[in-house]
Design a protein around this ligand. Structure first.
Ligand SMILES: N[C@@H](CCC(=O)N[C@@H](CS)C(=O)NCC(=O)O)C(=O)O
Length: 210
């Protein structure tokens, strides 16, 4: 079985994949990359991800970057964990919508809110449209989650959207809507998320000391 290695800085967007790996239940190892030491901008890491960004995941000879792509890949590659919605399942379209909604709508909307532009482009030219609409769509999805976005099944889409909601509320960049709080409280009960968070706290200390 090819080895899974997560290139990681704790905590960062690679924590999303760390949580996903804990959900997956397959053996993996972690290669810490220090932002403080600029390791992500050094040739050794740029050969892995020319963007100089984390996360990156190595699976045997394959390297995957972009958190949502990595989570989609892992869910499909290890179907035993039941974290994907398979091709042919009518729910797959909605599943993919949420996986893409994270990086293409939630993230840029939050960043735009954190760093507003003096002359923002018209909403029709922005992939995410506008912040309030993104929040409303998210609130509708989170409010309908029963208990998860895809119903009874927890999937990679919950890892992506759940991470975005947790991160957005943590930094007060998303409103504390009742739908968000209830959904986030539910996913925070996941043992895999608790394990990843605990491990990240230890890794963060390790990285800060190093
Ligand atoms: N689009 C990427 C974004 C990754 C990203 O921006 N990662 C940040 C950490 S949270 C990073 O590596 N920043 C370091 C840098 O840009 O120098 C993804 O979703 O995986």
């Amino acid at each position: 079985m090819p080895q899974l290695t997560l290139y990681h800085a704790a905590p960062s967007r690679s924590s999303i994949v760390h949580w996903m790996l804990e959900e997956l239940g397959e053996p993996y190892d972690i290669h810490l990359v220090s932002f403080k030491k600029g390791e992500n901008r050094q040739p050794a890491f740029l050969a892995i991800n020319p963007m100089g960004k984390l996360p990156a995941l190595r699976h045997g000879d394959v390297v995957i970057t972009e958190a949502a792509a990595i989570c989609t890949y892992l869910a499909d590659e290890f179907p035993k964990a039941k974290l994907n919605v398979r091709v042919g399942d009518p729910r797959r379209g909605i599943y993919l919508k949420w996986l893409f909604f994270g990086p293409s709508c939630v993230e840029p909307a939050i960043t735009e809110r954190a760093y507003p532009r003096k002359d923002p482009p018209p909403p029709s030219t922005l992939g995410f449209g506008d912040f309030d609409t993104v929040v409303d769509v998210l609130a509708k999805g989170a409010g309908a989650a029963n208990p998860y976005l895809m119903g009874a099944q927890f999937t990679a889409a919950d890892v992506i959207i759940g991470s975005g909601l947790r991160w957005g509320m943590m930094f007060k960049l998303l409103p504390e809507r009742e739908e968000f709080k209830t959904y986030v409280a539910r996913i925070e009960e996941r043992p895999a998320l608790k394990r990843a968070t605990e491990k990240d706290a230890k890794l963060q200390k390790e990285q800060e000391a190093g």
